[in-house]
Write a protein that binds this ligand. Structure first.
Ligand SMILES: [Zn+2]
Length: 334
């Protein structure tokens, strides 16, 4: 839909972040201001039909609770876990959404809402959010790492999301950083995600405890479920208190993330690397050792011109990016 510039200020788009735990829907204006936001649990365990219904209900509810009329909404952008076929608007498979195989989400939502629907990988949506409304405004060559339970990534080249041959680009969490490393959720060994995601860090602590290495502060068995529920923040605090076990694991996690950033810096020579996700709450305690690692490994000319920053949109990067897919041409015809 073409939007008349004069009427831009009265128009809105909807961004949806479809996660394994929550569905977030937000109505967003063209400047990235959220005017209405709704979060509901995904309840993925209830099956795909129920989850699709919850997505539809969440969007309807989000519109109803706002003062915006559907006529002023130019479309809906969905950030979804992959792998996706974004051209056809199909979610091929989603590890966190049981039973999701080849779901034509774009078509389902088009039929329901009679609006333009754009589907995008969730990490690409977060990268696009930071590019359009956050830390990366005006930056045309940018790489975004989403650091959470897993690690995702989005690559912006020449101001456009880079999708690769069949929408599979940007899986930064699954670059091998150590051929002898631990098994990753994807089945490979030694992926970045297995070292530097929240799950990776916890699993590394567990395996050290299993090896008989004691922690001065954490009182866990290797199979203790308590460790799963502990917040990453507490692990970093424990490391700072001087606990050798957690200190080593945290140091290793940051170091491998630095290796990954150095690799991507030498391959793509981006202007900016944006980090989003829980671990970024550590601020300089993360950034300073991380930059040292990147500096050590990347070509100096590439490192010198690189900004490594923490995202500005927090948990809203995904919904804002999904909404922004409607506003800013992404150079794609679907
Ligand atoms: Zn992997």
């Amino acid at each position: 839909m073409m939007v008349d510039k004069k009427n831009l200020e009265k128009k809105y788009s909807i961004g949806v972040d479809l996660g394994g735990t929550n569905i977030v829907s937000a109505i967003v204006n063209y400047q990235g201001k959220i005017v209405s936001r709704l979060k509901v649990p995904t309840l993925a365990e209830k099956g795909k039909e129920a989850t699709v219904k919850r997505i539809i209900e969440a969007i309807h509810k989000n519109i109803a609770q706002s003062t915006i009329t559907p006529d002023d909404i130019i479309g809906i952008g969905i950030g979804a876990p992959g792998p996706l076929d974004i051209k056809r608007g199909i979610i091929n498979f989603a590890p966190n959404l049981p039973g999701w195989r080849d779901i034509p989400l774009k078509k389902i939502l088009e039929d329901e809402f009679n609006m333009k629907i754009v589907l995008e990988n969730d990490a690409n949506a977060a990268a696009w959010g930071e590019r359009c409304f956050g830390a990366g405004q005006g930056i045309n060559n940018l790489v975004c790492f989403t650091l959470g339970t897993g690690i995702g990534g989005g690559i912006i080249i020449d101001g456009k999301i880079y999708h690769g041959n069949n929408c599979g680009a940007g899986e930064l969490g699954h670059m091998t950083v150590n051929k002898d490393g631990p098994r990753c959720n994807c089945g490979n060994y030694g992926c970045l995600e297995a070292f530097s995601s929240a799950t990776g860090i916890k699993n590394r602590i567990k395996s050290r405890i299993k090896e008989g290495i004691k922690s001065d502060f954490l009182n866990f068995d290797s199979d203790d479920e308590l460790l799963d529920s502990i917040r990453l923040k507490s692990i970093f605090e424990t490391a700072r208190k001087g606990d050798k076990l957690t200190k080593d694991i945290v140091k290793e996690a940051i170091s491998y993330l630095g290796i990954a950033i150095a690799n991507i810096t030498n391959i793509l020579n981006p202007e900016m690397v944006v980090l989003v996700g829980g671990i970024t709450n550590e601020g300089d305690k993360l950034l300073i050792p991380l930059k040292e690692e990147v500096k050590k490994r990347a070509f100096y000319s590439n490192y010198k011109s690189l900004k490594i920053v923490i995202g500005e949109l927090g948990g809203n990067a995904g919904v804002l990016g999904a909404a922004a897919l409607l506003w800013i041409p992404v150079n794609r015809s679907y």
